[in-house]
Design a protein around this ligand. Sequence first.
Ligand code: ADP
Length: 296
Amino acid sequence: DLLVVGSANADLVIGVERRPGAGETVLGSDLAVHPGGKGANQAVAAARLGSRTALLARVGDDAYGRLLLDSQREAGVDTVGVLVGGAPTGVALITVDPSGDNSIVVSPGANGRLAPADVRAAACLFQAARVVSTQLEIPLDSVVEVVRGLTPDSRFVLNPSPPQPLPPEVLAACDPLIVNEHEAKVILGDACVSERPEDWASLLLAKGPRSVVVTLGAEGALVADADGVARVSSVKVDAVDTTGAGDAFTAALAFRLGAGASLAEAAAYAARVGAAAVTKQGAQESFPTAEEVDAL
Ligand code: ADP
């Protein structure tokens, strides 16, 4: 089984001709509300591929919390670990201009209240999990607690997004650490002495993770472990919207690792899932089923 520990947000999206300046009001399109947040996205992406998946997250006791619970259940995710209350559901306020550029304000809300004690209280979910997947839209203390809650035969997958420097204890547990270009540069910090993705993979590996995956958008990805660095080819598709591609990639990788695939095999599958996700608008709406991945 896969356990995703992470965020759940309502994405509130309005199209605008141009963004308002300070003190200004502009009129926009009708409001669109979508379930989002990296944890919720990963859980839905994995479940849609056929993974038995549970989500440990926190939402508010409000309409957006119910929307998020509904979308998880509809995808087949086990929501017994979704805690309710403590703060309003996390929200992302998104304006999109005609060129497709986003401006986003995030209110973490209940995600910021997913506490280390909540992680400890979910020990039974950890017992059932072969792979535990986390991101950084919840408190770092809680991510540390996730690492401490791993059973000896479970595997930890981390996508450090939004990126911040990571404690050695967390880095050492990652198998793999999954980063895009921006995340690689932030995690490496001063150690980022090269512009070559192959070098980022090796430099990141030297920081302690058991393995590293660097995603490269349309270029595919790189995998790195004790055996060296290898390239994972991409699939040529007509990209419509890349939102959620990284979440779909991470979810698919975690799912295949849990099923016993090697890192290279799991990353090759994940690249196909990521490619399928960019062919449709939206995040959760764009995630493919296993049949759709096979058809690609
Ligand atoms: P993030 O969304 O986190 O920035 P990437 O953009 O690297 O991550 O995308 C994650 C994965 O999704 C890539 O490694 C690739 O496999 C797939 N992907 C993303 N964009 C494309 C694209 N334009 N064509 C094909 N595959 C893509």
